[in-house]
Ligand binder design. Structure first.
Ligand SMILES: *Cc1c(COP(=O)(O)O)cnc(C)c1O
Length: 357
């Protein structure tokens, strides 16, 4: 199997080996130790400010997006949501469900967020901002620093969904003054799905602690309280947390977060260079490192996905909704090499020779 999707992605042999072990009981000092170690690395790699906390949620990252909205905002807020694709739109839907007053800043697919566009919302009484730093559906990377400056100026509570950006694109939580960062196990963390991580800066910790949320499972104050002893309120995905531990140590041994970001950037650059001669267009005005969004000029994007999967054993990532037939995506995260890129390009060239596009 050769997997270029944006999650689940290919795991390293070491992470796979941990996945093959028996899953231990977790209310132990040893497991708490592992959780503290996971927290230490996550805070370090997010470049989180002093006093930040991480909680490990057993849900996919959409669950954490929802938990953050429920725990950080109320009907008294006025939130600006950046909606440039499926994931931005998901934040809009979450705000609707939880009746959080919000305004949508809508961008076309592939369009980047300019300073001019953002500052149309300057000084208008907003209290928070929700953004997916890499809008994975179109591979647009937003400028976390420029948005952070806007949030500081307007005193906004700044939530960054870094689910696919963490460890793939440069991100400095302290410098861009984000209050919350969300990521998940199956993107650049390159582990199986099942765990999502929420990093709370000190201001977010305070906000969450003082909030009575109407949910048992998504009560972040309870998660924070349990994490003081390296535990979770309920049974977590213990096996995935052990794989995450192996992976975080692996990243450390390879030079830490910045080295990992450079590795993903090089993987992306190699692919974009190799695909140039094929009849495809890049979609994103501001490409993220983790994924390339591609528009085939003479073929159906979903058909290309199916043919690669069924006839070549290679998985690229199809899109959903109204992008299904026009855009496919190729991931650069996970255990992939430049040779793997060549294998994919050769398959595409073979399809071209067969007259498929
Ligand atoms: C993958 C992803 C998510 C979460 O998706 P799940 O299916 O819930 O894991 C959220 N936001 C972004 C930007 C993503 O790339």
């Amino acid at each position: 199997m050769l997997n270029f999707t944006v999650g689940p992605v290919m795991c390293s042999d070491e992470v796979l080996a941990v996945g093959g072990e028996q899953v231990p009981y977790f209310r132990t000092a040893e497991f708490s130790e592992l959780m503290f170690e996971n927290e230490k690395f996550i805070l370090q790699y997010a470049k989180a400010p002093e006093g930040s906390k991480a909680v490990f949620m057993t849900n996919s990252s959409t669950g954490s997006m929802e938990a953050v909205v429920m725990n950080c905002f109320t009907e008294k807020d006025k939130v600006l949501v950046i909606d440039g694709g499926s994931f931005g739109h998901r934040f809009v839907e979450i705000c609707e469900i939880h009746e959080i007053p919000h305004t949508v800043l809508k961008l076309n697919h592939g369009q980047k967020l300019s300073k001019e566009r953002l500052y149309e919302y300057d000084g208008q009484g907003f209290t928070g901002l929700l953004v997916n730093i890499d809008e994975t559906s179109t591979a647009v990377l937003y400028d976390s620093e420029m948005i952070g400056e806007f949030c500081r100026k307007n005193k906004l509570f700044y939530v960054c969904d870094c689910v696919s950006a963490f460890l793939a694109d440069p991100f400095d939580m302290e410098h861009c003054s984000a209050d919350v960062m969300i990521t998940g196990s199956q993107k650049a963390l390159a582990c199986p799905p099942g765990i999502s991580v929420i990093v709370l800066a000190p201001r977010a910790v305070e906000r969450v602690k003082n909030r009575k949320v109407r949910s048992m499972y998504f009560d972040l104050a309870n998660a924070l309280k349990n994490m003081e002893r390296g535990q979770t309120p309920f049974t977590p995905a213990v096996g995935i947390l052990r794989q995450i531990n192996a992976r975080l140590k692996e990243i450390e041994a390879l030079g830490g977060a910045d080295a990992e970001v450079s590795r993903v950037a090089a993987q992306a650059e190699d692919f974009r260079e190799k695909i140039k001669d094929l009849p495809f267009e890049f979609v994103s005005e501001s490409p993220a490192n983790g994924v390339t969004s591609v528009h085939p000029l003479h073929a159906d994007a979903y058909e290309i996905f199916l043919t690669l999967k069924d006839q070549y054993g290679i998985w690229i990532c199809p899109n959903g909704g109204d992008m299904k037939n026009t855009i496919f995506r190729v991931g650069h995260i996970g255990h992939l090499s430049h040779e793997d890129n060549t294998t994919l390009i050769n398959a595409l060239k073979d399809m071209q020779k067969r007259g498929l596009f």
